[in-house]
Design a protein around this ligand. Sequence first.
Ligand SMILES: Cc1cc2nc3c(=O)[nH]c(=O)nc-3n(C[C@H](O)[C@H](O)[C@H](O)COP(=O)(O)OP(=O)(O)OC[C@H]3O[C@@H](n4cnc5c(N)ncnc54)[C@H](O)[C@@H]3O)c2cc1C
Length: 391
Amino acid sequence: MFDALPQDLRALQMRVRAFVEEELIPHEVFAEMNGGNLPPGQAERVRARVEALGLRAMNIPSELGGGGLSYLAQAVVSAEIGRVTNGLGWCVTTPARGIAEAASEFQRATWTVPTARGERVECYAITEEGAGSDVDAIRTTARADGGHYVIDGEKWHVTSFNHADHMIVQAKIAGGPNEGAHALFFVDVETPGVEVVRVPAYSHTYAHHHPIVALRNVRVPEANRIGAEGEGLTFTQDWFRYERLMIAARCCGAAERLIEEASAFAQSRIVFASPLAEYQAVRFMLADSLTELWAAKLMVHRLAEAHDAGEDVKVLHGQCAMAKLYASEMANRVADRAVQIFGGRGYMRENVAERFFRELRIDRIWEGASEIQRDIIAAQLLKRGAARLTG
Ligand SMILES: Cc1cc2nc3c(=O)[nH]c(=O)nc-3n(C[C@H](O)[C@H](O)[C@H](O)COP(=O)(O)OP(=O)(O)OC[C@H]3O[C@@H](n4cnc5c(N)ncnc54)[C@H](O)[C@@H]3O)c2cc1C
């Protein structure tokens, strides 16, 4: 459990905490006021520290160019970077591991190994105007054409497109024996026909944008297809499962920081001649927050250990849905209470609770909204029984 982290992971946690406190947290307000960007020169310092800490592509096996951390180590790191607002924690990269492992030699040399080494940047384009929760409703097509595919469609919310040099695009095969099957493709952003339609503004202030991107008659060689025709959904589900666990870990870090900051404020803020922390209404908010955080932490750590132990992936699928659902909703409750405890200060953008209150909302939506997680959990329960899912 948390107190029993192996010594090496406890040491890693402390090193990452120091990095976060020295290099990221002091720049949150600057980022909030400057489109999510760091002050001049700071991005280079951050990159160097990430490199020195071995956190670049921390989820990718070392033989594929990454940091090769265990799931438990990744959960520990993710909780630490989850303490930071404005997406500054995204300096720790986690490219799609299943794709890196399935990639051909050509694809490894061209995209996945350079991405793991930090020389290239990927983004993952699945969602469309008419297909979010229901991934199977995508209408982007890939039609085979003389050793190439021609891809047509429009992708929404393509996170980090403004930093990326290639996309992983999910499409349905048009024509041929696998008509309608899902497939993934590497598409360089410079390929003719890849066009930004528009860059909407979102609730958070991140340097990573989420544009709508059109692919109009985009021709890519057959060698850009990842795995076989029909394997697209499998890679995406693998990515979702991993991300759900790491979202849960990051939510734990965010909640922990919020509880610490709100507790400190409640002890120093005098109202009606007493510290806020002496009022039962405030104490109960802090107590509920801490209790829920502990429950979420236990879920995350148990689940990370289960991944490291190679437990049944079908059960892990249901458990990742539970961890993501619980931790994201927990963190949103904690942020709401923290804003309340800070009072008017909690509504100021310079306040950590205000920023997290906006930023954590997306964790109940992306990588499967809460309703979708509940649906997965119920389906798993009815299929496997409660004991199998809760150990
Ligand atoms: C900031 C941001 C970044 C993103 N980044 C990416 C990215 O990089 N790549 C990418 O491909 N996508 C990305 N997404 C898309 C994201 O994964 C989707 O928004 C999400 O999966 C939900 O899909 P949707 O928005 O189409 O909602 P919809 O599917 O339209 O659902 C709307 C609401 O209805 C609920 N709902 C849906 N079905 C049911 C049901 N059966 N029963 C009950 N309720 C239901 C949902 O839970 C949701 O609350 C991003 C989104 C955002 C906002």
